[in-house]
Design a binder for this molecule. Structure first.
Ligand code: ZN
Length: 239
């Protein structure tokens, strides 16, 4: 039987050794989404191939399909993110991104927009002048929520479907959405929520936080709390 070969571009997420020389490599690929791949005999070729399959590499991988599953036939590094590896604060964010992809994305659900967004984030972290802020991890969270189809709609009220106006947002965690003032007569005007919604929109549109973006700290912490709540089912599923 001739194995079916295909070529994918992928971020290496995680690697586990099985048996003496084999490894299981988790990747998130542009073409096919998250995949578990067998890398047979990797340790025999440390210089030629093993390095291409380290976490936090973007590699081109030739995948060979067999009844036992997909395995790696060949690979080459596209990006190694050297400056991310030199700085602990950058590395921490990068590993968070890899963990989100590994734990949060369903297997074989391709999403080019998610791939491009998170790759752009990692490339921004690799720039010489990169300044790590909370917004990087928050942006990655939002991209994942969009991928899973649970990013709250900031344009319309989750209850009455009317257009939402600035200064009149509330957030309903049960509906996982924003609601308008009319739907919550007791709702206090919440200016910090207006900034939170603005921040959510900016980061959804620009995965790499604009360097000159000025955001009140309150908006960041409110959005972070909201995102944590929305991500809880994702992490619970994994755990
Ligand atoms: Zn409403």
């Amino acid at each position: 039987m001739i194995p079916r070969l295909r070529r994918v571009r992928a971020l290496i997420l995680h690697r586990t050794s099985i048996r003496e020389k084999d490894r299981i490599v988790d990747v998130f690929s542009l073409e096919e989404g998250r995949l578990r791949l067998l890398a047979a005999g990797v340790r025999r070729f440390p210089s030629r191939r093993a390095g291409h399959l380290e976490p936090l590499m973007e590699s081109e991988i030739v995948v060979s399909a067999s009844p036992r599953g997909d395995s790696i036939r060949d690979s080459r590094v596209l990006r190694a993110f050297p400056r991310v590896r030199e700085h602990l604060d950058r590395l921490r964010v990068a590993y968070y991104v890899l963990r989100l992809l590994r734990e949060g994305t369903p297997e074989r659900l391709p999403d080019a927009r998610l791939y491009d967004a998170l790759l752009a984030l990692l490339r921004a972290l690799d720039r010489p002048e990169a300044k790590v802020t909370l917004l990087f991890a928050l942006s990655a969270d939002l991209q994942l929520l969009r991928h899973l189809g649970v990013l709250p709609d900031t344009g319309t009220c989750a209850h009455c479907r009317q257009r939402l106006r600035a200064g009149e947002f509330g957030f309903d965690s049960r509906a996982s959405g924003f609601f308008c003032r009319e739907c919550a007569p007791s709702l206090e005007p919440a200016p910090q929520l207006t900034n939170t919604v603005k921040l959510l929109r900016v980061l959804t549109r620009n995965p790499v936080p604009p360097p000159r973006l000025r955001v009140p700290a309150e908006a960041v912490s409110t959005l972070a709390a909201l995102v944590r709540r929305l991500l809880r089912p994702v992490h619970a599923q994994v755990g």
